[in-house]
Design a protein around this ligand. Sequence first.
Ligand code: GTP
Ligand code: SPV
Ligand code: MN
Length: 583
Amino acid sequence: MTTTLSALQDWVDQVAKLTQPEDIHWCNGSDAEYKRLVNQMCRSGDLIPLNEDDYPNCYLHRSDPSDVARVEHLTFVCTEHEDDAGPNNHWMNPAEAHEKVDALFDGAMQGRTMYVIPYCMGPIDSPYARSGVEITDSPYVVVNMKIMTRMGAKALARIEREGTFVKGLHSIGDLSPERRFIMHFPEELSIKSIGSGYGGNALLGKKCHALRIASWQAREEGWLAEHMLIVGVESPEGETHYLACAFPSACGKTNLAMLIPPKSHPGWKIWTLGDDIAWLHLDDEGQLRAINPEAGYFGVVPGTNAQTNKNAFDMIKGDTIFTNVAVTADNQPWWEDKKVGSPSTDWQGHAFDSRNGPAAHPNSRFTVSARKNPSYSELAEAPEGVPISALVFGGRRKELAPLVYEAKSWRHGVLIGASVASETTAASSGAVGVVRRDPMAMKPFCGYNFADYWAHWLSFAEKSDRLPKMFHVNWFRQDKTGKYLWPGFGENLRVLRWIIDRCENRVDGIETPIGILPRLEDIDVSGLDVAPETMQSLLSIDTEQWQHEMESVAEYLDSYGDRLPEDLRQVQQQVAEALKQAD
Ligand code: GTP
Ligand code: SPV
Ligand code: MN
């Protein structure tokens, strides 16, 4: 297989000349190709087959111990003007960036096979889908891309028809963090990533294309590329609402997207459309619609068990690639909070010793096809996507942020999104548990200046008068001893019900300076072991703490200087003023 598209053939030739691979393989995306690569990696030791009886077609990959998460400090947005990348990104001049990485790509694939992966992000026949080609020397990347995207012959046919595609060049290089760079060139619709074989650094369709490059394209073309799950909630009466929710990395998107209604909620159904990324477009009627550009889940393993997420727990019992989990004596994958079995070998392949830290890496992941999810929605294949009733922002915050509140308007919602703060997690290298601003959960993923991004968000108010309502949730409030105050997981459905009732104007709320909060009686807590005082504290605001928060938000927004939209500053001042009045 090669291509009739000369722009693609020329690029592949150029890359081959630079990187000097031993072989070139054009991926057709077939199951036979997947199997062949898996077998080859089992022979080379890149993959380890897991217990065939309990985990059929499941494999373990151990990444280099220095290469276990995204690397934000080595991720760059390379635009002609530094201001276009904004203070939210690391920037490098494009010419300098190309020179720097091309020197590392020089001869990088000697003795290796170069794989050419045509892929489509989104249903193959969707007008909202976009295509790309990733060139990589990692067979692990190829098999992950097969699960995570629509990869192969059909994607290539679409690319040849359209003539445009995002170019992603990847090599594992020598895996040295000193020679690791994840470079984005949004003006050229291209990506160059070297020195990492892990997740979002290496599977270029995901964060690099579907968020950083796509967010740039989305602004030019009038849509939104967001770090959001997409979920359908069906009531016993058969009414279905679709929600898109932006939570930072490792803050509960996969779990909410495949929520299992608790026993107290017979007749409720959850439909999963996507667990990480949503592409949002206004249709001709002004309705916001979402597609999931991905076809699989690259999900956090630790914490997954039969109680927290039985669907995920069962789904990953077959046809799954595990990265950096531990194994039991009988070769089953094992992770913290699995609740069954015990580890004998840790994620680095050493005999397990609890003094060396957790057995599975905290950012260990499963890669699995979305079709294996029992709550998979067939509408995930719908070219036109699903209509969105509510946009929900959230973060991981021990204190301050209530369980749920609603924005008073679209522009107030944009402020709430822009003000999101969350504790950092193991999904990115660096300190864990530090509260930082993570606007719209896009801090690591927005491919341009946040000030321009907020202006783009605000502009939707002029384009439609039937935009979804916006909300903020926080499942992670803790008491003084560090215990979570809200049970979370399946019980989060109780909060989604309030959100939907608000969208349908079925329930009143309480106006506060920060937004509309539920009346206590409107969150159904029947059968839950949560004290009324706890609910009271989860659903109230501390005016003084919020005044401090608003000062910090003002300071944060100011750091974007003149490019910050005036509207956003105004609505922030209105909230601050209302808090002052309430004091
Ligand atoms: P990325 O794939 O990194 O974008 O993460 P994500 O947002 O999909 O997060 P995920 O659903 O994988 O959850 C991350 C961690 O948070 C897991 O260890 C979960 O068990 C835990 N978690 C998810 N939902 C809840 C919840 O409602 N309450 C509590 N306490 N923990 C949760
Ligand atoms: C995230 O960090 O938000 C992820 C994992 O979804 S990765 O694909 O590695 O970016
Ligand atoms: Mn994510």
